[in-house]
Ligand binder design. Structure first.
Ligand SMILES: [Mg+2]
Length: 311
C-alpha cells in the first residue's frame, strides 16, 4: 500500500466529527471565530536523520521547523506545542541539556511555546512534536480550481542534493546546510492565505506534493520546468557530481517551500504584497493529468518523490 492509499484507508476507518481530520497538513477545528490547526511530525534517528551529520541543536530546531511549515501551509500561525521525546541514555545528560537549550532557542526564534509532553529513555533519538496553531481562514489541499496558476515560494532540490552529499560523507557545504536547516515559510503562509485557493508544503518532493493537491482537488496540472527556480549553487553541484538536475528539483524532498494554486486575477493582487514566489504552471480540469514541459519539450521524471511507504 502506498502512502496515499494508506491515508485514504485511515480517513475511512477514522471519521472525524469535529472538523477536518486526516488528510491535510493539519487538522482543522472551528473554535469561536477562528480555526484551530493541529499537526504532528515524527523525527526518528537513522530514519529521518543521522547523528553522524546532525548536531542535537540542528535536530531540535528541525523538529520544530517542520511542524511550523505544516501550520504555515494551512495559512495559519503556530502558537505552542507538545513534545514526545525518546532520548538515548548513551548520549549523556549534557547532550540532553544541549537538546533542550536548542529547543528553547527555537521557541524564541519562532515565537512558539512548549506546553507539555512526555519523556522516556530510548534506543534511538525519537522526537514527536504536536504543534497547535490558529488561522482566520484555513487553506486546504482540496480547493485547486481549473485555470489556477501554480506557485512555489522558493527553490526545490537543494535539500535533496545536500542529503545525498551528506550520505556520501561530504559534511560541509551550502547545500548540506540547506538540508539540515529548515526555514519554514511562517511569514508567507498567512499572507498567501488571503489570496490562494489551495496550499501544501513541499516536504516529500515537488511532484508528489503537487499530486496530493491534484488528487484532493480532482484536477490536473501543467508544469513549465523552465519557470522553476534553480540556483547557481545547485547547477554547479549537479555538474560537479554528474547529477541530472531535473530529479532533485522535481522529486527531491524536504524543501519546505509552499506550493499554492491561485486564480490569475488574485495573483495580480498578490504581487502587491512583495513576497518572493515563482509561477511554475497551471491547474487543468482533467483529473490526474500531469504534464511537465521544459521549454516546450515533454519530460518524464523517473520518480515523483519520496513515499514513506515505498522506500
Ligand atoms: Mg505537509
Amino acid at each position: 500500500m502506498d502512502e496515499a492509499r494508506f491515508v485514504e484507508f485511515l480517513k475511512e476507518r477514522f471519521p472525524f466529527s469535529h472538523g477536518i481530520g486526516i488528510g491535510d497538513d493539519a487538522s482543522v477545528v472551528k473554535i469561536g471565530d477562528d480555526y484551530q490547526l493541529i499537526t504532528k511530525d515524527l523525527l526518528i534517528e537513522n530514519v529521518h536523520f543521522s547523528l553522524d551529520y546532525y548536531t542535537l541543536e540542528e535536530v531540535a530546531l528541525k523538529s520544530i521547523a517542520v511542524n511550523l511549515s505544516d501550520i504555515a501551509a494551512m495559512g495559519g500561525k503556530s502558537q505552542y506545542f507538545y513534545l514526545g521525546l525518546g532520548f538515548p541514555k548513551l548520549l549523556g545528560e549534557e547532550a540532553n541539556i544541549d537538546f533542550f537549550n536548542a529547543l528553547e532557542k527555537g521557541c524564541r526564534q519562532w515565537q512558539v511555546e512548549l506546553a507539555g509532553g512526555d519523556f522516556s529513555s530510548a534506543a534511538h533519538l525519537y522526537i514527536s512534536i504536536t504543534m497547535i496553531g490558529r488561522a482566520k481562514k484555513p487553506i486546504y489541499r482540496h480547493n485547486a480550481q481549473a485555470g489556477d496558476l501554480i506557485g512555489i515560494t522558493g527553490v526545490t532540490g537543494e535539500s535533496a542534493i545536500g542529503l545525498m552529499l551528506l550520505k556520501k560523507g561530504i559534511h560541509a557545504g551550502p547545500l548540506m546546510e540547506k538540508h539540515k536547516t529548515v526555514v519554514p515559510e511562517i511569514i508567507k503562509g498567512p499572507i498567501l492565505a488571503n489570496y490562494v485557493n489551495a496550499m501544501i508544503d513541499v516536504s516529500d518532493g515537488l511532484l508528489i506534493d503537487l499530486k496530493r493537491v491534484l488528487t484532493a482537488s480532482g484536477k490536473g496540472a501543467k508544469i513549465f520546468y523552465e519557470n522553476i527556480p534553480v540556483t547557481k549553487e545547485m547547477q554547479e553541484t549537479c555538474s560537479l557530481h554528474q547529477l541530472d538536475e531535473h530529479e532533485p528539483v522535481l522529486a527531491g524532498g524536504e524543501d519546505y517551500v509552499l506550493l499554492f494554486t491561485i486564480a490569475p486575477e488574485k495573483e495580480k493582487e498578490l504581487r502587491k504584497e512583495h513576497i518572493d514566489y515563482y509561477i511554475i504552471g497551471e491547474i487543468t480540469p482533467q483529473p490526474g493529468e500531469l504534464i511537465i514541459l521544459d521549454k516546450g519539450k515533454l519530460i518524464q521524471p523517473r520518480t515523483n518523490g519520496y513515499d514513506h511507504f515505498r522506500s
